[in-house]
Design a protein around this ligand. Structure first.
Ligand SMILES: C[S@@+](CC[C@H](N)C(=O)[O-])C[C@H]1O[C@@H](n2cnc3c(N)ncnc32)[C@H](O)[C@@H]1O
Ligand code: SF4
Length: 301
């Protein structure tokens, strides 16, 4: 990241504007290339007495969701994922040579779909990580899960490797909406997945939902929220669908005539937000909702 692109552009607050998709700070639009020398210098200057946070991006998925705005590649073979993993392990070792063996306080696996990794491959990556860094008792070790790609063996591998939070990509439970975004996943599948995670001792679960998708209405959103609440996820992320077909060409597969307009999107968010807060969730930031046992909730007290 150069100094130039870490500085946020000044915003005229008197003119309402659409926000960029807000999943990191600064947002993805503010990031740029990093030159090797600065990268090295930053790594070597990390204070040895402070714990670090590690993010691993696994840029592969089994199947394309038409709404997807993430950085991913669809691979119906596992070979490319295996190759990527070998390079990732090298990168961990090379990075650790520069930083030294630091204590880790946060690990996050995002994607793409980290749940695409075979259990043995996930474990071997964690083994390399523990050779290079102190990852004993990491307070926050999270992984993003596509429920369609996870099974008991994988869940057991996460639990035995120290994962203590999972984020499930749900989007919406309505079948017509699921068909229109090329992502079918049943309530039964989510029920089984939740049971397996809780059985493995991973109880901190985030549900990722989206409003503003094809064919969604206040009624269908209300049903999705009702189903969600029954599962009692400790946190819910409720994102507005970012439709950017000029950047993500595959989003052209999402019929624009199927999308709710700006007013309907706002009404969907307001309705969902009210249902969640009426059911014990606290609204945090732009799009997160947490129960009182979630640290996002308690950190605001
Ligand atoms: C990396 S994925 C999570 C893990 C997994 N790949 C999955 O989809 O289940 C991150 C989440 O970002 C959200 N997302 C992806 N594309 C989006 C878009 N165009 N607009 C809003 N949210 C989006 C979805 O909720 C998605 O599940
Ligand atoms: S599974 Fe997640 S990352 Fe992969 S295409 Fe679907 S939304 Fe995108």
């Amino acid at each position: 990241m150069t100094q130039e692109n870490t500085v946020l552009k000044s915003v005229d607050v008197t003119r309402p504007k659409r926000l960029p998709r807000y999943t990191s700070y600064p947002t993805a639009l503010e990031f740029g290339p990093i030159d090797g020398k600065s990268h090295d210098k930053w790594l070597k200057s990390l204070p040895i007495c402070e714990p670090i946070s590690l993010y691993f991006h696994i840029p592969y998925c089994d199947k394309l969701c038409w709404f997807c705005g993430c950085l991913t590649t669809i691979s119906n073979k596992y070979g490319p994922v295996e190759k990527f993993l070998e390079v990732l392990k090298q990168e961990v070792r090379q990075t650790a040579k520069k930083t030294g063996r630091l204590k880790v306080s946060h690990i996050h696996f995002g994607g793409g779909s980290p749940s695409i990794l075979d259990p043995a491959d996930f474990r071997s990556l964690i083994d390399v990580l523990s050779e290079c860094y102190d990852i004993d008792d990491v307070p926050e070790f999270a992984i993003e899960i596509d429920p369609r790609t996870v099974d008991r063996d994988k869940i057991f591998a996460y639990a035995s490797s120290g994962v203590n939070r999972v984020s499930l990509g749900i989007q919406d439970f309505n079948l017509k909406t699921q068909e229109a975004i090329n992502r079918i996943q049943t309530v039964d599948l989510i029920e089984k997945t939740m049971r397996d995670f809780i059985g493995a001792g991973i109880e901190r679960v985030i549900f990722g939902l989206i409003y503003g998708l094809p064919y969604q209405s206040i009624d269908t959103i209300a049903e999705t929220i009702l189903t969600t609440i029954k599962f009692k996820p400790s946190r819910i992320a409720l994102f507005g669908y970012a439709h950017v077909p000029h950047m993500k060409k595959h989003q052209k597969l999402v019929g624009e005539h199927e999308l709710p307009n700006q007013k309907e999107r706002q009404a969907q968010f307001n309705w969902a937000s009210k249902m969640l807060t009426d059911n014990g969730y606290r609204a945090i930031g732009l799009d997160n909702f947490a129960l009182d046992d979630d640290h996002l909730f308690t950190s605001f007290d």
